[in-house]
Design a protein around this ligand. Sequence first.
Ligand code: 4AD
Ligand code: MG
Length: 480
Amino acid sequence: LYSIKELLKKGTQCLNEKVTVQGWIRSFRSNQFIALNDGSGQKNLQIVLDYNNFNTDLLKQLTNATSIKVNGVVAESKGAGQEIEVIAEEIEIYGYANPEEVQETILQPKKHSLEKLREQAHLRFRTNTFSAIMRVRNALSFAIHKYFNENNFCYINTPIITGSDAEGAGEMFTVTNFNLNNIPKSDNGDIDFTKDFFSKKTSLTVSGQLEGEAAAMGLGKIYTFGPTFRAENSNTTRHLAEFWMVEPEIAFYDLDKTMWLAEDFLKYCIKYAIDHCKDDLVFLNQRFEDEQKQKPKEEKTEHNLLEKLDFVLNNSFVKLSYSKAIEILKKSKPNQKGKFKYPIEKWGADLQSEHERYLVEKHFKSPVILYDYPAKIKAFYMRLNEDGKTVRAMDVLFPGIGEIIGGSQREERLDILKNKIEDFNIDEKELWWYLDTRKYGTVPHSGFGLGLERLVLFVTGMGNIRDVIPFPRTPNNAEF
Ligand code: 4AD
Ligand code: MG
């Protein structure tokens, strides 16, 4: 019993071997050739059958999407693009798929739009495009664990249900076991969370960072890799309400070392995907090129997908302070009108994605790491610089994506951290345990967060984050 990928890899080494393969029929031509796929790889295996050796009832059931098991013998193939094929001796049907019903679905073999695939997210694992994306996503997840383990980081699981808002952005999903028809209220009319399961208000985590910091304050180098949740009502091609975040946290690291780590880590993961997902990336590259052909001239990219990946691997990321970026943006003419939709007026404003993309795609034509942002537009835990105005934050910006990583050196000085917490109107009591880490042997430390889906977007060349996660959670969408 071989997976189709294994068998095709062995190729002519298996000539005349008796094998069993199984999978779903992708097509059945001339009553003779079945293209069989089992999900192990991009390529189908050709099954050849002699019409006269099988009964007509069985032959009628060999329709697209039907699942079968084949016993047969490996032979050299005369067909183009394949070394071997399997001559079928016995065919067993696992599950018949009725062609009339299949016609209504994305299993019908023709080109379907990505929107249509999303509507049938439960079936899209069987398409070439989505299965390729899932295999690349898998390789990237594995590379992430591999990178950190090879570099002596300890994998830590932080809680999914949490009592703190790590990013202080208030974009949290509340978790409760109250009966919604009978929610206890206190005298002033507020919901009485002391009667809830955890005796306090809790939410789904937006980031494991604060707990990750506590872990790094004992284990040195840690990383988290888990689901995170954001109730931001932004219906964009870059945002999900549920996404997977990777968060390394390192004791004794300053921001410069962390920028280096982020770059080294991203390059490692991209290289791993290139080395281990060749067929899928060649397929996705073709798809990318076909899409580019249909775009208006001004939206076309200079490079194809494989060239883009290569470029990132072979060039150093540009490192630029927020203040310098503002100077560049103020002087720039982004388009024919010469204006941004949100013009840069003064220092201190948050950058919009059009600004980030201008820097990366037009000005530098390279990934950019922006650092030293104004304290007011970043989270409370970031380390204050000598100037008293900026913090040691960094964002890694990628072509076609925008922000792929956000990170910072953390404020390790107890008194300054307490002031920041007060400035941000956060209740100090809620963070007592976090402050403890600064009381008992505090050290300089830093970390960052990578959104897995943004990395998958970049490596697969897809345009919409909903197409790189099996069952996307977005506003008004929790169908599956
Ligand atoms: O920049 P963010 O909000 O940073 C943090 O959460 C820090 N606690 C990370 C840290 O320093 N440990 O999020 C980090 C990354 C972003 O750069 C982006 O890649 C991704 O998470 N991200 C999202 N991905 C998909 N959908 C969303 N709604 C996302 N929000 C953030
Ligand atoms: Mg961010």
